[in-house]
Design a protein around this ligand. Structure first.
Ligand code: ZN
Length: 223
C-alpha cells in the first residue's frame, strides 16, 4: 500500500486504518437509486486495502459491470472514539477533513442486494477508496457547510453541500462509535450527494471540497 495519511501537506504519524462509510446520507441520492430515505444511518466498512491516493491515477475493474463514482467528504480520526462518546469528544477526535471516492460496482451491488447478500465485493475491493490528503480540522470553519463537487470530463456531475446530510458529522461519529470503535488513523466517509454515475477508462475527474481541496485524476483500467 503506497497511501499514507497527510494533513496540510505533511505526512502524519497515524496508521492507515479502516474506513467506515455511511450509505444514503443525502435524501436526493437515496431517491436517485430508488432507495428509501433511511431513518437511521446505513453503515458499511471498507478495509485499508481499499485505500489508494487520489493524487494518482485511479484503476478500476472493467470486467465486473459499471463502476460508479460517489464523491464524499472524508474525516480522519486522530484519537480513539468508542461506545458512549459524545459530540464534543467526536469533534475533538477529528484530525482532518478531506475528499474520497466511494467507488461502487453498481451492477454487482444490485445483484447482491437482490439476493439480500452483503455489499462488500461491490464497495470494498482493492482500490475502492481513492482518498485525498486532509486539511486540518481547525481550517474547516463549519463541517456542515462544505460544497462537494465532481466534474467528469469537464461536466459537473455532483454538486452537493454537507448542509444536506441526513445525519451530520458529529452525530454520525457518535452513532458509528456505538458499533465500531474508531481508532486513530481510521477514516469516515460521510455519504454522497446526488449525481452518481458510471466511470469510463480515460475519464478525467476534478473533485473539490469548497475552496479547501482541489484534486484532478484520471481513470485507468486495472490490468
Ligand atoms: Zn457512498
Amino acid at each position: 500500500m503506497n497511501y499514507r495519511h497527510s494533513i496540510d501537506g505533511a505526512e502524519v504519524d497515524l496508521p492507515v486504518g479502516k474506513v467506515v462509510c455511511v450509505g444514503r446520507n443525502y435524501a436526493a441520492h437515496a431517491k436517485e437509486l430508488n432507495n428509501p430515505v433511511p431513518t437511521e444511518p446505513v453503515l458499511f466498512i471498507k478495509p485499508n486495502t481499499s485505500i489508494v491516493s487520489l493524487a494518482e491515477s485511479i484503476f478500476i475493474p472493467t470486467h465486473l459491470g459499471q463502476c460508479h463514482f460517489e464523491t464524499e467528504m472524508s474525516i480522519l480520526i486522530g484519537t480513539q472514539l468508542g461506545a458512549g462518546c459524545n459530540e464534543e469528544q467526536a469533534q475533538a477526535a477529528i484530525a482532518g477533513v478531506g475528499l474520497a471516492l466511494d467507488l461502487t460496482l453498481r451492477e454487482l451491488q444490485q445483484q447482491l442486494k437482490d439476493k439480500s447478500l452483503p455489499w462488500e465485493k461491490a464497495k470494498s475491493f482493492d482500490g475502492a477508496c481513492p482518498a485525498s490528503e486532509f486539511v486540518s480540522a481547525s481550517r474547516v470553519a463549519n463541517l456542515q457547510n462544505q460544497q462537494i463537487q465532481l466534474h467528469q470530463n469537464q461536466q459537473l456531475r455532483q454538486d452537493g453541500n454537507s448542509a444536506d446530510m441526513l445525519t451530520p458529522v458529529l452525530p454520525l461519529l457518535v452513532y458509528i462509535s456505538q458499533f465500531f470503535t474508531l481508532m486513530p488513523g481510521d477514516m469516515v466517509l460521510t455519504g454522497t450527494p446526488a449525481g452518481v454515475g458510471p466511470l469510463a477508462v480515460g475519464d478525467q475527474l476534478h473533485l473539490s471540497l469548497s475552496d479547501l481541496i482541489q484534486r484532478q485524476t484520471q481513470i485507468c483500467a486495472t490490468v
